[in-house]
Every structure is written in structure tokens, then in C-alpha cells.
Design a protein around this ligand. Structure first.
Ligand SMILES: Nc1ncnc2c1ncn2[C@@H]1O[C@H](COP(=O)(O)OP(=O)(O)O)[C@@H](O)[C@H]1O
Ligand code: SF4
Ligand SMILES: [Mg+2]
Length: 333
């Protein structure tokens, strides 16, 4: 699952901010998020509910456009475009969501739902029908059985398959998957993930996998970005993030997952107490400081920037847990 490195990124997100005005003030939902995604690569985006994962995914899709920052897809800037200007790109950049029923019109037949994007692209009826039938087969559904039925007749797992067919029939290069299996029964989750894994393998599809379930993200992602209250606090190769988390928050998330390997549960681990602070009034300095067992006065004053602690692994913390690049205390540099 290693990502190619020679070609320029498929997606470049730079200093993304999304703020919402609400009666009580301004929600700082996303505050300076930057990352890249390469062709065929899967980046997992994890963090507690309310930390800004979905808002990030939607801002990439320009739904709505971000308050500020840049989203470049295949070298083209998406922010500032009108809906008409976005249309040609939208085919190449598709999304599936936690609740597939939210995108499946209950009054339309499955074949029309899956073929909607092709119709918008002006694909002729006969071609569209063949592509829709193939897309349904690709997600494990028999077009003859399901094509003329309506979404209400299907289970959650089947609806998610239909939503995947609807996205994939357009042959996108990037699929944003926002909690694609978290509303499904555990037994069905693996089946839907298998469908996505097959698509990814056969089509060198890039994915942004948004999920709060670390086990799902680990199994599925080349790299993982950890979000906390609107910011990325750590990013790196999946295995490093899980085996050597450098941010106290990542460490707490990893330790909250039951560990089959007891060597990975160590004493002295920072534990995660309290709740996510309000994005209406984020803490000064490091946003994690109100819950961090390692916080010092510096953490309240100075916001830590992401900096590399190991090849490809960056962390935003003044006192990373694996400070390979930080000299020991008292050392002269
Ligand atoms: N349209 C909106 N208006 C106001 N607040 C919003 C809106 N969308 C999201 N938020 C807020 O932004 C924060 C991040 O939300 P979200 O991106 O959905 O988090 P996550 O997907 O990580 O659970 C939350 O506090 C949420 O209430
Ligand atoms: S910067 Fe300070 S408060 Fe923030 S995670 Fe690191 S030690 Fe904790
Ligand atoms: Mg969400």
C-alpha cells in the first residue's frame, strides 16, 4: 500500500479554515488544516466527534467553500469557483457519507439514482445503462434484481453499496468517504470495506477516509492524520502513528482501542479525560492543553506547529512523546 512519491499530489489542502457564524458567536470548525494526498493513496482522518473531520471533507468538496485557504485538485484551485466551474471537476472527486439514504432520492429507482451523474455529464442512454449495470455488479448487486427498486426497499449496507456505485460510476480519482461504515452493523461493515478496498486496488483510487474508528482507519490507510478541535495534531504513516504515536492526544486515542498486543499498552500512558472544548472559544496556545497531562505554561502561550519527529511523521506538540529530533534536557545546541 505504499504511495508513489514522484508525481505531484492529487489533492493539496493548504491552511484551510472554516468558520460558521451562529447566534452565540463564531464556530471555529477547521483552523489551518494542511495535507496532501497522492494518486492512489489513502489518508485516514481521525479524531473525536465534533473535531472538524466532516467539515474538512465538505470544504474540499466546496460544500460549502472554506472561509479561507486553498484546495488544489490535480493542480487546479477549487476555491472561488462557481458551481458551473466546479462541475467538470466534480466527476473526478466523489464522496460517500455515513447515511447513504441522505443522498439516495427515495422516489427514484436505483438505476436512475446511480445513473444521475452520467446523465448530467451527457452520456447517452444506452452507454449509461451499461455503465450503471456494471457499477451495480461492481458493488455486488444484481442490476436485474435491484435496478427498478427504490432505496426504501434496501438495508443500510445495500444502500451504501448503491451510494458507492453512484459515486464510482463516474470513475473518480478521489473518493472522500465520511464515516462510510459507522452506521452499519458490524457484520456488514467488513463487506462494505471490502467493496471499497477492491475499487481502490482495481482503479488506483485515492481516498480520504474520515472515521472515528481507529481500527478501521489503521487497516485501511497508508497514512493517518489526527485532528483535534479543528487542527491536525499528528500525521504520518499508519503503522508509525499506531505503534509510536508522538502526540499525547494520539497516544490517548490509540490506548483507548483494545490492544491485542499487551506490549503496546504501557504504564505511564497519558489518559484522556474531559470533553472536547467548545469550538466557539478554543483554548489559547495548544488546543489540547485543557486535557493534556503533560501541559505546561508554555502550552497555554505558544501554539505548537507541526514539525517532523520521524521520517514522514509530524506532530504539533512542544513535548512530543518520541522526541528523536529534540536534544535531551540540558544539552547545548
Ligand atoms: N453548518 C454549521 N453551522 C455551525 N456549526 C457547524 C456547522 N457544521 C459543523 N459545525 C460545527 O463544527 C464542528 C465540527 O463539526 P464536524 O466537522 O461535523 O465534526 P466531526 O465530523 O469531526 O464530528 C462542530 O462543533 C459542529 O457543531
Ligand atoms: S503542546 Fe503541551 S498541551 Fe499540547 S499536546 Fe503538547 S504537551 Fe500537551
Ligand atoms: Mg462527521
Amino acid at each position: 500500500m505504499s504511495a508513489p512519491t514522484a508525481t505531484p499530489p492529487l489533492l493539496e489542502v493548504r491552511d484551510l479554515h472554516q468558520r460558521f457564524s451562529v447566534p452565540r458567536g463564531t464556530v471555529h470548525a477547521v483552523s489551518g488544516v494542511s495535507f496532501e494526498l497522492r494518486h492512489g493513496e489513502t489518508l485516514g482522518l481521525v479524531g473525536e466527534s465534533g473535531c472538524g473531520k466532516s467539515t474538512t471533507g465538505r470544504a474540499i468538496l466546496q460544500l460549502p467553500a472554506p472561509t479561507s485557504g486553498s484546495v488544489r485538485f490535480a493542480g487546479e484551485e477549487l476555491t472561488g469557483r462557481t458551481p458551473a466551474q466546479l462541475r467538470p471537476v466534480r466527476r473526478r472527486l466523489q464522496a460517500i457519507f455515513q447515511d447513504p439514504r441522505s443522498v439516495l432520492n427515495p422516489r427514484r429507482r436505483v438505476r436512475d439514482i446511480v445513473g444521475e451523474g452520467l446523465a448530467i455529464q451527457g452520456v447517452g442512454a444506452a452507454d449509461a445503462r451499461a455503465q450503471v449495470d456494471q457499477a451495480l455488479r461492481d458493488v455486488g448487486l444484481d442490476p436485474a434484481q435491484v435496478g427498478d427498486r427504490r432505496p426504501g426497499e434496501f438495508s443500510g449496507g445495500q444502500c451504501q453499496r448503491i451510494a458507492i456505485a453512484r459515486a464510482m460510476v463516474l470513475r473518480p480519482e478521489l473518493l472522500i468517504c465520511d464515516e462510510p461504515v459507522s452506521a452499519l452493523d458490524v457484520s456488514v461493515q467488513a463487506q462494505v470495506l471490502n467493496v471499497l478496498a477492491t475499487m481502490r486496488r482495481e482503479r488506483s483510487l485515492a481516498m480520504l477516509l474520515i472515521a472515528h474508528d481507529l481500527a478501521v482507519v489503521r487497516a485501511f490507510s497508508d497514512r493517518v492524520a489526527v485532528m483535534y478541535l479543528g487542527r491536525i495534531v499528528e500525521v504520518g504513516p499508519s503503522d508509525h502513528i499506531y505503534s509510536r504515536p508522538a502526540h499525547p492526544y494520539t497516544r490517548a486515542l490509540v490506548d483507548a482501542v483494545p490492544q491485542p498486543d499487551p506490549r503496546l499498552s504501557q504504564e505511564g500512558t497519558p489518559t484522556l479525560g474531559g470533553e472536547l472544548p467548545s469550538p466557539l472559544d478554543p483554548p489559547s496556545g495548544c488546543r489540547f492543553r485543557t486535557r493534556c497531562p503533560l501541559a505546561t505554561a508554555r502550552c497555554a502561550e505558544e501554539e505548537p506547529a507541526l514539525s517532523e519527529v520521524a521520517p514522514g511523521q509530524s506532530v504539533a506538540c512542544h513535548y512530543p512523546l518520541h522526541p528523536q529530533r529534540t536534544p535531551p534536557e540540558g544539552a547545548h545546541v
